[in-house]
Design a protein around this ligand. Structure first.
Ligand code: FMN
Length: 277
């Protein structure tokens, strides 16, 4: 629960907002966001620092992708083995918390001026993977927003059996009415860079093994000095764990590769990330 609201509902309600209403966010809500950000945790031991950044989208620089925003939040992380997964996990919790406060957000990993945000966030032994505007969604969508959303097929998601597997990566998992299906469904509908949905899951012997299908030709993975799609895996972990806690599905994340994929799949870009058990 966040602000008395079900996380499942928040995950279902969240969508990227790229056009903002002139109405500023009330100081009380900004204070709540700040308090939430300073306390947010992640299960991957990543040293994540998240902060509000006051400033208009035009001046800070979002290449026309974001209109009308007056406030952003951004984050830095120290380099470590699972830094980007931890960053994705922590940042997505803030996204969901903002959703609970009635505010729109939009993950930006590429279309923002890194130098302008770095001046504000001042990374020290850290780097800056992503930022997001935060504010009230406008009733009107800009043309850029419509084009971007249509281009990324923003509402489209891969089918359940295309990304979740039963025992081996060639056997689609069949959804049922249980808590595990709901938790996986919350992973399935999550946001991802360019909506590429890299998450793959193999359920075996009561454990849930998460893999990333990394697209090595995707510019997001090559342009910024880090693998953008690892952030998506942190988002997947966040949606899974918060849903599991809400539904009473026991377990926690561990890193313990069960070696279930073939050399061929590894060559395709499949990469083991973490397991829930
Ligand atoms: C790690 C990450 C980076 C993203 N970077 C950008 C970006 O640079 N610019 C942008 O307009 N949207 C960006 N997005 C938003 C995605 O395009 C969006 O989440 C996806 O198309 C699904 O749409 P939805 O969020 O409305 O469900 C990013 C999302 C994620 C998770």
């Amino acid at each position: 629960m966040m602000e008395g609201q079900s996380v499942l509902d928040l995950i279902r309600r969240r969508t990227s907002v790229r056009t903002y209403d002139p109405r500023p966010v009330e100081p009380e809500k900004l204070d709540k966001l700040k308090a939430f950000m300073s306390a947010v945790e992640n299960p991957f031991g990543a040293a994540v620092r998240l902060e509000l950044v006051e400033g208009a989208s035009g001046r800070l620089g979002t290449y026309g992708f974001i209109r009308g925003a007056k406030t952003f939040f951004g984050g830095c992380v120290k380099k470590s083995g699972m830094d980007l997964e931890g960053f994705g996990y922590a940042f997505e919790q803030v996204v969901l918390y903002a959703t609970a406060l009635g505010l729109g957000t939009c993950w930006l990993g590429g279309t923002f001026k890194r130098s302008a945000f770095a001046e504000r966030l001042r990374p020290v032994d850290e780097y800056l993977p992503a930022v997001s505007p935060v504010g009230y969604a406008s009733d009107k969508k800009s043309l850029t927003e419509k084009v971007v959303a249509a281009g990324a097929g923003a509402r489209m998601r891969k089918r359940f059996g295309e990304v979740f597997f039963d025992g081996a990566p060639d056997k689609p998992l069949v959804p049922d009415n249980g808590a595990l299906t709901t938790c996986l469904e919350m992973v399935r509908i999550g946001p991802s860079a360019s909506n590429k949905q890299p998450w793959r899951v193999i359920v075996k012997d009561g454990a849930i093994h998460f893999y990333a299908l990394i697209d090595r030709r995707y510019a997001g993975n090559t342009m910024y000095g880090f693998t953008m799609q690892r952030i998506d895996m942190g988002i997947a972990a966040c949606h899974f764990e918060l849903s599991a806690r809400e539904l009473g599905l026991p377990g926690g994340f561990v890193v313990d590769d069960p070696h279930l994929i073939s050399d061929e799949q590894a060559a395709e870009g499949w990469r083991y990330c973490f397991s829930w058990r």
